[in-house]
Design a protein around this ligand. Structure first.
Ligand SMILES: [Zn+2]
Length: 320
């Protein structure tokens, strides 16, 4: 338990067998509110861990007054439907998350078309096209991942004593909740202690492509400027004095970006060409993540003026 000024935080940390180490979400007591920041995965482990944490601190499920979501990914929203069906409380998220969480039909169509076109333009051919309709990515199209209640759009900079900071990159709708008095930051998946967070390429609301890695870097810089004492992460341990780690993550982005230059200099000009050479069988097995990573870096290098691109027969070719 973390206690400072008028805030108490009870972390719910559920171990995982994958490299993320744990799925974390947080009960936060602030004045008359008992907030739940994120809501884990929709499974028994997360549900039991939440119940146990509530019980340990003499609360029950119905004491929770609101849910705040850092972003739309399924390991952050899993218990929302169950909690809200027990007692109706407001669920807050970035306005863009609402479209995704409620599986807005227009948005879902736009999303599939976005990826179909993107993968064709990146030289992924037929394989890319089939992947676009069967997206193995953080937003599973299935109805069982849909949030059934109405999402309250976060449109102000303040919510329950927290400043709301937009920190896109890992997800276009990612927000952080910052309590200035405690100097504590709830940052979703922006910063994970032992591994760099993925910056996912996604469509913006208008269907254009997010420059996810460039956004990720800006979001890290925004959080660096806070000089926070604690970062409550969505995975693995809670991070004390995160300044050096944030600096390291920012540096890694430039180091990794520079590794793509020799491939482009050697004449491999398409994103799919780089993916096949650099990631071998991961290209097909982890298609969404691999392409997301490469496109993110190519966009980043282009913004920096280190590479240019031209379209030939519907496919983007990159040059130094
Ligand atoms: Zn995530």
């Amino acid at each position: 338990m973390f206690k400072k000024n008028n805030i108490e935080v009870y972390p719910v940390m559920v171990p995982t067998s994958n490299k993320l180490e744990s799925i974390n979400f947080f009960l936060v007591k602030h004045e008359n509110s008992l907030l739940l920041i994120d809501a884990g995965l929709n499974n028994d482990e997360c549900w039991n861990a939440l119940q146990m944490t509530l019980k340990d601190h003499d609360y029950t499920l119905t004491d929770i007054t609101a849910i705040l979501l850092t972003h739309n990914h399924i390991d952050h929203i899993g218990l929302v439907n169950t909690i809200v069906s027990t007692h109706s409380i407001p669920v807050y998220a970035h306005p863009y998350a609402k479209l995704i969480l409620n599986r807005d039909p227009h948005y879902m169509k736009l999303r599939v078309e976005f990826f179909r076109k993107l993968y064709l333009e990146m030289g992924c051919g037929k394989f890319g096209e089939t992947q676009a309709t069967d997206l193995r990515n953080p937003i599973t199209i299935g109805e069982n991942k849909k949030i059934h209640c109405e999402i309250q759009e976060i449109t102000t900079n303040q919510l329950f004593g927290f400043e709301v900071l937009k920190i896109p990159g890992h997800a276009p709708d990612q927000v952080a909740f910052y309590n200035r008095e405690c100097n504590w930051l709830f940052a979703g998946d922006l910063l994970i202690k032992h591994l760099p967070s993925n910056a996912m390429v996604e469509p913006n609301i208008d269907g254009t492509r997010t420059k996810s890695l460039a956004q990720q870097k800006q979001s890290l810089e925004k959080c660096l400027s806070l000089n926070a004492d604690l970062v409550f992460s969505g995975h693995a341990s809670i991070i004390e004095k995160p300044t050096n780690l944030i600096k390291e993550r920012i540096k890694e982005i430039d180091e990794k970006a520079s590794k793509y230059i020799p491939f482009i200099q050697s004449g491999i000009s398409t994103a799919s060409g780089i993916a096949k050479l650099l990631y071998k069988d991961k290209y097909e097995k982890k298609f969404f993540n691999t392409m997301s990573k490469i496109i993110g870096y190519l966009d980043y290098l282009e913004i920096q003026g280190k590479i240019t691109k031209e379209i030939k027969k519907g496919i983007w070719h990159y040059h130094c």
